[in-house]
Write a protein that binds this ligand. Structure first.
Ligand SMILES: NC(=O)c1ccc[n+]([C@@H]2O[C@H](COP(=O)([O-])OP(=O)(O)OC[C@H]3O[C@@H](n4cnc5c(N)ncnc54)[C@H](OP(=O)(O)O)[C@@H]3O)[C@@H](O)[C@H]2O)c1
Length: 350
């Protein structure tokens, strides 16, 4: 059945990727693509890659209008917007895929701690399903509200979830060093994103206390059954798209490659968007975000470091696709009972 779709925040970077992926999707018909700033303009005025693909125009955001016209809405709005409007969609019987952080955390007390505000609808957090199909596929199928993971959080969780289920990981000593391209900050310009400041940068930021720690620890504790503590430090790097999470894990007994392979293969062998990258030959021996740009793949590889007693895992995604819009479309496919790869099968550029 063709679903009538609304995209709120369609002029943004994640919204643009939702349009790119959903316009050709065989089960989606886009009824609403909202923008306040560009209302009345063709979407290709803002997303020039869509020229010739659609004559769709932006409309101003209207919860009532979208609820009346749509079966399902994607909310690609800044943090703090969806918490005020999701209830209206759900009351109208419209399913929601939210790309922001407003419904990712289960414990209401985490919102003042990590985001600085009290959640206005703590009662809704329990029913929201964390939108990583690799971890929550069965719950996503019937969910009315899916809260997609953060981009760096998604890369980190996918690299770690199978390992925290083993008995060899020290769950109190995990360090994640994430590198992210400039589109991770969204399309609203700031001094930090201004070209002369951003170009050529390799800049650590939010070195401690980054908000994504909350969802990483939440999801890893759920996956492994014990509390997990991670140190997490992101770096702004000189790319527009892409994330590489380099994850340092200390283990509590000697390890062989086959122990790590057993964990990853056991968890991900049937996953359509997880690829293992660990080769002794060629240029691309380990995951590189360049290779997954534009795709919904998460490339995962690892190396053991017997000298330091360390396992190093690499997880590469495109922050706007597997880290945002692609993951949202993958969840949409699961919610509709479609093949998860629908509309997401393309490979990247080389
Ligand atoms: N960028 C990433 O890599 C990434 C990855 C994962 C998750 N996300 C999440 O996805 C969401 C969108 O991110 P983005 O990078 O695409 O941001 P963005 O480029 O700044 O786009 C935000 C969009 O929201 C609209 N908007 C702003 N305030 C609004 C309001 N009060 N009501 C309705 N629409 C409003 C904006 O358009 P108008 O002002 O024209 O209406 C714009 O279309 C954020 O929650 C972000 O955290 C982003």
């Amino acid at each position: 059945m063709m679903m009538k779709i609304g995209i709120m925040g369609a002029s943004g970077y994640a919204g643009g990727e939702l349009l790119r992926l959903l316009l050709p999707h065989p089960e989606a018909e886009i009824e609403f693509a909202t923008s306040s700033r560009f209302a009345g303009e063709f979407v290709h005025m803002v997303h020039p890659n869509l020229r010739g693909s659609t004559m769709l125009k932006f409309t101003p955001p209207s919860v009532q209008g979208m609820a009346d016209a749509c079966d399902l809405v994607f909310l690609a709005t800044p943090h703090g917007v969806s918490k005020g409007i999701v209830g209206d969609f759900l009351d109208a019987g419209v399913r929601v895929v939210d790309l922001s952080a407003d419904f990712r955390l289960k414990d209401p007390a985490d919102y003042p701690t990590w985001y600085g505000w009290e959640h206005p609808h703590p009662e809704m957090l329990a029913d929201a399903v964390f939108g990583l199909p690799e971890l929550h596929r069965e719950e996503i199928r019937d969910a009315n509200l899916v809260a997609c993971s953060g981009c760096m959080a998604g890369a980190s969780i996918l690299g770690l979830a199978p390992l925290v289920k083993t008995d060899f990981v020290d769950k109190e000593r995990i360090a994640i060093d994430a590198k992210i391209g400039s589109s991770g900050g969204g399309s609203d310009p700031t001094l930090a994103s201004h070209h002369p400041e951003r170009f050529g940068a390799l800049r650590p930021y939010k070195v401690v206390g980054h908000r994504h720690i909350a969802e990483i620890e939440q999801e890893l504790a759920l996956a492994g059954g014990d509390p997990v503590r991670v140190g997490f430090t992101p770096h702004a790097v000189n790319m527009a798209r892409g994330i590489l999470a380099t994850i340092h894990i200390w283990h509590n007994r000697p390890l062989m490659d086959r122990d790590v392979w057993a964990a990853f293969r056991g968890a991900y062998s049937d996953e359509p968007f997880i690829r293992f990258v660990k080769s002794r030959k060629g240029l691309y021996q380990l995951p590189d975000p360049k290779v997954v740009a534009g795709t919904n793949f998460c490339d995962i590889g690892f190396e053991l470091d017997p000298h330091a007693g360390r396992l190093v895992v690499f997880s590469a995604i495109d922050n706007l696709v597997k880290g945002a819009a692609g993951q949202a479309v993958q969840c949409f496919n699961v919610m509709l009972g479609l093949d998860e790869r629908t509309g997401l099968e393309h490979v990247g550029l080389h």
